[in-house]
Ligand binder design. Sequence first.
Ligand code: FES
Ligand SMILES: [Fe+2]
Length: 376
Amino acid sequence: MSGTETLLAELARLANGPLTAATAMPPGLYHDPEIFARERDKLFARGWLCPGLAAEIPKPGDYLSFSINDQPLFVIRGEGGIRAFANVCLHRMMRLVEGRGSCSRIVCPYHAWTYDTDGQLLAAAHMKRTPGFDPREHHLAEIRCEIWQGWIYVTLDPAAESLSRLLAPLEAMVAPYDMAGYLPIAEHDHVWNTNWKLLTENFMEGYHLPVTHRKTVGAWFPAEDTVFPAETSPGFTLQTFTKSEGATYGRAHPANTRLEGAQRYTSVMPTVFPSHMYVLAPDHLWYLSLRPKSVGEVHVRFGAALAPEVMASLNDPESFTADLVGFFDRVNAEDRVVVEGLYEGTGAPLAKPGRLSWLEREIHDFMGYLARGLSS
Ligand code: FES
Ligand SMILES: [Fe+2]
């Protein structure tokens, strides 16, 4: 067996055994180039990835760009809703848009071929002497896109199972929060020096919160209140946790009439495989969407949104959102230290995986997802 096959066999053994017997994944899984190539082909080229919230592009012509593996793409709100297109011009293949913005037409920055927001080529200058060239026959390559509970998801795989079917068991749990009505307040893109799976796993366990985040969210987290609901599917896993009284963020605003009882201080924390994760709290939402850049580098898209009654109650929304985003920046900086430290640790000759806690159940679920996805 090759080194890669040995790693996958060990992963399958851990995933197929119980959590109570499991250890962390073999360290080579975070560093092996062949594993990385398989992840690109089998997980990221086939899975559903999240560029952001639909509310980040609320008006016709609003767009945001993203990429999956080597495929740049953008999502844009047209007259008929949000669609996703290859971010590649149909002339000499220039990238069309960068970052985020709004436009009534998409104009290529190279020779100004011009497209409407539904990807149709409208005009191309100096093409009259090119026999048989008809702009109406040119349309940007379209990528599958589904909107689910306010999220935009895209996939490069024409045969992928419908996202709404994959996430159906999650719907009843998140629906009472009505996150599609949350109002975006920030989006940032970063590159961190770690393997993407180390950041995914870090998000999936609250075990580190009282330690790594003792200066921020850690103090509000009663670990024993963590619940791993039965609602899982091959497409996601999740946990719920509560925020103690006195927490600055994470409890329902008095004007919130959607949530009742314990829901008012409970957050739902799904991970939609491979790499979209969010904390849906009664008063706010924050998310991470990851795409690997290399074995040891990951693109991190971070975003945050506020429940509408929270936004409506603010006398000074700018300073409130600046404080909240600053708070999340500190939490993210705390996580960055550990996930980059994990990359160094897992690459060490003396690295040896240790046993897991009950609080790390989602890491075991993730092993199952990886074992299925990487072997198929
Ligand atoms: S490459 Fe886009 S107009 Fe030429
Ligand atoms: Fe963390």
